[in-house]
Write a protein of this length. Sequence first.
Length: 273
Amino acid sequence: MQLELVGCTGAGKSTLAARIVETARADGVEIVLADDVALQPLGMGNSSRGGRRAAAIHFVAFVACLTHGWQYRGFIRSAHRVLRAARISRRQQWNQFRKVMKQLGRYELVRRRTQERRPVLVDEGTVHAAHNLFVHVDREATDAELQSFAECVPLPDVVVYLRSGEEQLIERTIRRGHPRIRDLTRPSVSLFVQQAIRAFDQVTSHKRVAARTVVIQDGAIVKQPPRQDSPTVKSVIDLLCRAAQSQAATVAEPPAQCPASGCDGIASGGPAC
């Protein structure tokens, strides 16, 4: 099963991904990264790093798109149409489209190569493609475009949406920079962050995506999928809860004990994690 992390730049996706892997290993649970699954046939696995690895991932994902992309032609056409309308250069359009196709190809490789009960962690997958498609300083996505994306995007088994305060995201983006922000002035960064928040809020609120979405804010799960019939999904959400609390504990005092599940936090404004 695929577990995808999505969220704005600076929301803490990479940190949470590391916590998830640590928590899973402490529990004796085997969890693998999507890139490692994609590269297994090339014998590169998790020991390969750097530019060679990145190039190999793009290659195998592109081949997967060529081979199986017909299944997702509606999604591909929609992505192409959105980028053509964006007020960015042709080179930027191609770069963003290439990234989206990488996300799609990797999704298909993981879907074909892993068993339902084996959790695969995907950092910035098909749902996160909304950031590549809709978050541009010079153009704001329409509600219709975001709804169309949510209706046709290939979905992982669980979407994990990390939310943070707007001011915190702005400060982190200013410090880190971003290739799609030409000048790191506060007004430009604020607009970029606001567009990202709006895009992810709307996409993950769509009923098709919401049915698989866990929302984490400030170390607490504030929203869970309405139905969790699968034991695997239940165990993954429990793992997420403990990993999120482990991440939050590095920057804040741990919240009170959660009596419902035995984890260390209570979701603020939502069901107990």
